[in-house]
Design a protein around this ligand. Sequence first.
Ligand code: HEC
Ligand code: HEC
Length: 296
Amino acid sequence: MSAFWSNFVIVISAAMMVACLWLLFANAKGVTGQTGEHVWDDDLREYNNPLPRWWLNLFVLTVLFAAGYLAFYPGLGNLSGRLGWTSRGQMEADLARITASRRAAYKALDGQSIPELARNPAAQSLGRAVFMANCAGCHGADAAGAIGYPNLADADWKFGGSPEAIVASITHGRTAMMPPLNGTLSAQALQELVDFVPFWSDETLPARKREAGLRQFAARCSGCHGADGRGLAALGSPNLTDDIWLYGGGRERVRQAILFGRSGQMPAHESLLDADEIRVVAAWVYGLSAHDGAAK
Ligand code: HEC
Ligand code: HEC
């Protein structure tokens, strides 16, 4: 605020307070019981009573309160008030208090490994809170995932379920890329794959179909999904033999994957979460699949 407007506000505010007091005292007189000149309906009269004393005093108090407030807090133009209070200073103090208590909560967990954190109830509740705020929207509140969003609560991992792999997935994100193979394979090859891949784990699948499917798989898919079809963590290609499907099982879904490709994106969280938060949320996720007896 420029000096002119600051002074303008100061003068107007002070004048208003003086005017209010003047108005109150100017009207404080009047004589109880005295009637005015007007008479309505024969006997209805207008009285000229003053405001009750306590009422008047309340008004005076509000004006005094305003003066006191403006003396101690900012409000009069650019004057900062005797207490030097500012909303920004208040916000910074609150933030410092919250940061300190947060730091203290994490400090107690310093030096613990992810499997240890996964068994520590305090770390679990911190990790769960980070998960609910940042991950549940995609992976679900129970971390069981949905079509296109992997289940983090089971022991099936595309990129690896070790503490390091989970931390890396969260920190740097992951992109799995299966290219569309439309146009690169004959209708017969596609049919043989679609008749086999969704039923890999089904022991009743006729041997003839299994052999034809495996032949196509070895030629076109094993480079990325591994010779045994169990996936490669480096590419994030899933295990196709376990009947766990990220995009749904069955012929139609698998046909779509082959023809049009699939590309899941786990966003990097290094700029969204600090190292402490990543550690506790990784530990919470790690604990879900209950490795070596970690808390469930
Ligand atoms: C915008 C949606 C989204 C958000 C938010 C998200 N994820 Fe993911 N996440 C994915 C997708 C999609 C994948 C699978 C990526 C792929 O197929 O390449 C994935 C993969 C993962 C994996 C690897 C799973 C495996 O099988 O190897 C982990 C671990 C993971 N997410 C944990 C988290 C955690 C913890 C958070 C919160 C801090 C989080 N994600 C937030 C979408 C998300
Ligand atoms: C260039 C590497 C590459 C090739 C070649 C490839 N895939 Fe994939 N495939 C992937 C990756 C990576 C994913 C994971 C995509 C994701 O998570 O978004 C995937 C996902 C899939 C899925 C989805 C699995 C699920 O859980 O829903 C199916 C089915 C699949 N591939 C089948 C095949 C078949 C059959 C072939 C051979 C015709 C093939 N893929 C060839 C890399 C490949």
